[in-house]
Design a protein around this ligand. Structure first.
Ligand code: XUL
Ligand code: CO
Length: 434
């Protein structure tokens, strides 16, 4: 018995050139790529919040979507939402999904009631997962929507909110562990400030550092084997968020002794808001050894707002996967579609087509990245560009000092000979594959 929400739609399958709007033209889950199935490189996940919980509102208008489980608020409707969620997962066949506590359960009028609601839905998920080839990529706590979090969660000036946050994250980590989640995410939408006039930044950073250490301590206490991830974002909803970008997060992790315990969940739209490209954030995290997982979406380049659109630019996605593959892949991470429909896309079919298209774009991007790696042109150019450093003299210089280097430069006298960076040649090379 299905809910009937998706009518007579059947599961999306790979049809290549024959694909219609609800079939895969490029995502062929079992196709072998660099020694493993495509699905194991991409590790797709659906985001419960945007696809099932979001009602289509924007800052100027209310809900546009007409779903039988709206308005949220009862367990009956939360279960209907779960039924439809799993029907969507069955149509798409992706291996993972992700949730916040608030996406899946109605808020109760006490902490204990909210927890009972949450645990009942986790039980319901557990039953549904038993019969499926589906797992939890990550769980997380929504500590930004309810008014109690308006001044932050772990960074709140009120210690009672710190306590409520700790208790909340404990319950979400317990549930993630129970469902064999592969990661646990913390995104601090309110961990930042609206104005420095009322903010003690050094105290807030210390509280956030202690909180994250408590997360790691609890992970080890319960034997959770997944990866703890923080998700950088520069602003929105807060005017300034402490997890600004990958480099800022790394500095924070190092200061609080967490750089070996915590990795990053990077999102395309957040990279754009921080003034970076997505591949910049991926390459930065990879260089610092903290690449964890990705939230794949696309930000509008004009709006300056977090538009969370479904990805549809193959060249951008290809460069993201190029850097992921060069870094050795996503490990316990995956490709989570933290993306929402446009608010005019009202139909259940729009939801399916959005994900099918996004999975296809990622599959094309991955294949282009693999072709770039197999071609080897970019690697050769990189090796050639840094070849000077392979000589014993150059390596010895790194272990010498300014006086010795000065003496050598004076003795040789000729000075360096500038070489072309060949940017256009390399851009043309990339364009052969995307
Ligand atoms: C918000 C965002 C969140 C996190 C999880 O911009 O990306 O949905 O991914 O809290
Ligand atoms: Co995200």
């Amino acid at each position: 018995m299905t809910t009937g929400f998706f009518g007579d739609m059947s599961p999306a399958t790979f049809k290549g050139a024959e694909a219609g709007p609800f079939d895969f033209a490029h995502y062929n889950p079992d196709e072998q790529i660099m020694g493993k199935p495509m699905k194991d490189h991409l590790r797709f996940a659906l985001a419960y919040w945007h696809s099932l919980a979001w009602e289509g509102g924007d800052p100027f208008g209310g809900p546009t979507f007409d779903r039988p489980w709206f308005p949220h608020g009862t367990m009956e409707r939360a279960k209907l939402k779960a039924d439809v969620a799993f029907e969507l997962f069955d149509l798409l066949g992706q291996p993972y999904f992700c949730w916040h506590d608030a996406d899946i359960r109605p808020e109760g009028d006490s902490f204990a009631q909210s927890l009972r609601n949450f645990e009942e839905i986790i039980d319901y998920f557990e039953e549904k997962l038993e019969h499926r080839n589906l797992g939890l990529l990550w769980g997380t706590a929504n500590m930004f929507s309810h008014r109690r979090w308006m001044s932050g969660a772990s960074t709140n000036p009120d210690p009672d909110v710190f306590a409520y946050s700790a208790a909340t994250v404990k319950t979400c980590m317990d549930a993630t562990h129970r469902l064999n989640g592969e990661n646990y995410v913390l995104w601090g939408g309110r961990e930042g400030y609206e104005t420095l006039l009322n903010t003690d930044m050094s105290r807030e950073l210390d509280h956030m550092g202690r909180f994250l250490n408590m997360v790691v301590e609890y992970k080890h206490k319960i034997g959770f084997k997944g990866t703890i991830l923080v998700e950088p974002k520069p602003q929105e909803p807060s005017k300034h968020q402490y997890d600004y970008d990958a480099a800022t997060c790394y500095g924070f992790l190092q200061k609080y002794g967490l750089e070996k315990e915590v990795k990053l969940n990077l999102e395309q739209g957040h990279a754009i808001l921080a003034g970076h490209s997505f591949e910049h954030e991926i390459a930065t995290a990879a260089a610092l050894g903290v690449l964890g997982s990705i939230d794949m979406n696309r930000n509008d380049y004009q709006s300056g707002w977090d538009t969370d659109q479904f990805p549809n630019s193959v060249p951008e996605v290809a460069l993201a996967y190029y850097h992921i593959l060069k870094a050795g892949g996503l490990g316990t991470g995956g490709t989570n579609f933290d993306a929402k429909l446009r608010r005019q896309s009202l139909d259940p079919q729009d939801l399916v087509a959005a994900h099918v298209g996004a999975m296809d774009v990622c599959a094309r991007g991955l294949k282009a990245a693999v072709a770039l790696i197999e071609d080897g042109g970019l690697d050769d150019a990189l090796t050639a560009r840094y070849a000077g450093w392979d000589t014993p003299a150059a390596q010895a210089m790194l272990n010498s000092d300014f006086d010795a280097i000065f003496a050598d430069v004076v003795a040789q006298d000729a000075g360096p000979k500038p070489k072309s960076g060949r940017q256009e040649i390399l851009e043309n090379l990339v364009n052969k594959f995307v």
